[in-house]
Design a protein around this ligand. Sequence first.
Ligand SMILES: Cc1ncc(COP(=O)(O)O)c(C=O)c1O
Length: 289
Amino acid sequence: MRIGLNSINALCAIQKFILEKSSDKKHVLWECRHKVINVMSNQGFLEPKKSFATLAIHAGQDPDQWNSGAVVPPIVTSTTFKQPAPAEHTGFEYGRSGNPSRNTLEECMAALEGGKHGLAFASGLGATTVILSLLSKSDHILSSDDLYGGTNRLFRDVASSISVVLTALVTTVVDKASGSRRVMARMGIDTTFTDFTDVNKVEKEIRPNTKLIWIETPTNPILKVADIAAISKVAKKHGDITVVVDNTFLTSYLQRPLDFGADIVMYSLTKYMNGHSDVIMGAAMIKRR
Ligand SMILES: Cc1ncc(COP(=O)(O)O)c(C=O)c1O
């Protein structure tokens, strides 16, 4: 991250200067915001969305959508919805395919992300698994070399092509790299892990069958930072490659990958988006279907 101690000191100095010079609080706040945006944009940051807080409490939450006019979206627990006639419904039929409370969450998250559509999942890895299901056998994934352990295991063990060969012989093998015993699977998808802090390295690893570039930035655990815009540009240069960003660590408040050219942004909502460590959930947002 390019915003360092010097920038923070500079911002504090600006804030102190403005507070000393002005008695008009509204003006002070406006000036502060303006200076912060200037400093950030000089460092390559996009201007923060002006209406983030407004979107967070309004997007997807129009009280007129409920008969009750509830201002706080109700939690709908019904699995099944009344149908006026067989195969006719008024927007909802079965909780797996649609639930009013979940729709609210999805719409709100899509708005915060600058996306068009949002999808909620039972966990971050649930979202990742569904994104991987967009791929076919023999496709190739290019991934950050540092990333969340569960995603890493999913790419290595569930999707890898070595699994295909070995599954024919055994159902479990000893993974040579870690020495651990792992369940082998059948998808036949190869993954290359490389250093995403260097866009040239990323470009060198693209193959004709690369269908997905998986960026986690900052990474879990060692906080490596990748240039989403540069990698997305390289991906588009090489054809039909879907760029996914795991935005779990920064959230849409601090980083909006779709604005930088990514195709899908995904989350473990379990972490900072939820913020209270009391929910396991995942999400994926897109700009187009
Ligand atoms: C960066 C990152 N991505 C994905 C996940 C997986 O999310 P979940 O635990 O919600 O399945 C985690 C979990 O720690 C994570 O830290």
